[in-house]
Design a protein around this ligand. Structure first.
Ligand SMILES: *[C@@H]1O[C@H](CO)[C@@H](O)[C@H](O)[C@H]1NC(C)=O
Ligand SMILES: *[C@@H]1O[C@H](CO)[C@@H](O)[C@H](O)[C@H]1NC(C)=O
Ligand SMILES: *[C@@H]1O[C@H](CO)[C@@H](O)[C@H](O)[C@H]1NC(C)=O
Length: 334
């Protein structure tokens, strides 16, 4: 005697994942961890989609951190919709708070001659507010909106003004550009958010991206540097405040920490409340969970005479010749 197993698709912020779409005699238990990120105080709906559901013999229930959820829970409502053997099983949570953070399991039980077969999947609910900046000392480019707020530490700030070629100046930049600092055809100013204390529990996730070096590169990164040959005549470079590792004089050297131990397409988890930047390290910007990404760039028209631009080691995605172009990834909440 065989019957059809319910196949589940979990819908999470517009993505759909097929969990187990098989036909089998015994249901396949195929728990896949998925992540939903929400803001404190908002309403969130967690949904499991079923196919080939027989409304008559399928029972769906939800568990939160292993405990069965009763429909009466004050801020949680369970919902199901079963047209034509398809099933939409939802959990509506209102006014989400820290106590709702955790693992939600949707379970379908199918009566199979006295013994219940089941398929289930787990959805991991987090708050935007609950993800912290990774441990270590480092720096990231500052967006117009300033350094992202952190409860655990405060970013130090600094800025760097580079006087690029003055005769026939051609420095330019992408549009839009969310990098803080004035940009002119012969002058590029950048601001930095610098983490000078190791504070933090999490590690930078595997992926393909770069940050600026400040002290030792956090684990998993490899270091590199770029030297900009800035304007020689009446050089007007200026470095102020706390900056990433580098040399700031009439020419500029900046150090980077880069990694390519994961796919840029696989979303990584970083604090999602406010806009921030990473540096691009491969053909595409690293995907970050819950964030929309825009690629941006800066183009430095470097010294024309006896140009000494150079680089070493692992550096961000760039164009390096007598002029330098660097690519940045701007993240903002979806
Ligand atoms: C959340 O849902 C409740 C009840 O349906 C509603 O009163 C409230 O306005 C919703 N809040 C938000 C932020 O959408
Ligand atoms: C939402 O929950 C918080 C506590 O987590 C409470 O202080 C607040 O009054 C609640 N808001 C609503 C609209 O129920
Ligand atoms: C930026 O300047 C470079 C060098 O002049 C030029 O090749 C490039 O086309 C410019 N880009 C834009 C978007 O103006």
């Amino acid at each position: 005697m065989s019957f059809t197993v319910t196949a589940f698709v979990v819908y999470i912020s517009g993505y759909s994942y097929l969990i187990s779409g098989t036909t089998a005699i015994i249901p396949v238990l195929n728990p896949v961890h998925r992540n939903v990120v929400s803001s404190r105080g908002s309403n969130v709906t967690l949904t499991c989609l079923g196919r080939r559901v027989n409304a008559l013999d399928t029972v769906v229930l939800w568990k939160f951190n292993g405990q069965e959820i009763k429909e009466s829970t004050h801020n949680i409502a369970v919902d199901k919709f079963l047209p034509k053997r398809k099933g939409t099983f939802s959990l509506h949570i209102t006014n989400v708070s820290e106590k709702d953070v955790g693992k939600y399991t949707c379970i379908a039980l199918v009566a199979n001659f006295g013994k219940a077969d089941r398929v289930e999947d787990i959805i991991d609910l987090k708050l935007y507010e609950s993800v912290k900046w990774p441990r270590g000392t480092y720096a990231v480019p500052m967006p117009h909106s300033g350094c992202p707020v952190s409860m655990e530490f405060s970013w130090s700030e600094g800025y760097l003004r580079q006087n690029t070629e003055d005769s026939g100046p051609l420095s330019n930049w992408s549009s839009p550009l969310h990098l803080k600092g004035e940009k002119k055809d012969n002058e590029i100013t950048q601001h930095f958010c610098v983490k000078t204390k190791k504070a933090g529990k999490t590690r930078w996730p595997a992926g393909s991206y770069c940050i600026y070096k400040k002290g030792k590169c956090p684990r998993g990164f490899r270091e590199g540097w770029i030297k900009w040959d800035d304007e020689d005549t009446k050089n007007d470079n200026l470095a102020s405040g706390v900056l990433p590792d580098g040399t700031f004089a009439k020419d500029t050297i900046l150090y980077f920490c880069c990694r390519s131990d994961g796919s840029a397409e696989t979303p990584i988890e970083l604090p999602m409340r406010e806009p921030f930047f990473l540096l691009k390290h491969s053909s595409s910007c690293q995907a970050v969970m819950g964030m929309r990404v825009t690629e941006e760039w800066l183009f430095w028209d470097c010294e024309d005479r006896e140009n000494k631009n150079s680089y070493f080691g692992d550096i961000p995605e760039s164009f390096m010749a007598k002029d330098i172009k660097l690519y940045y990834c701007y993240y903002e909440k979806k």
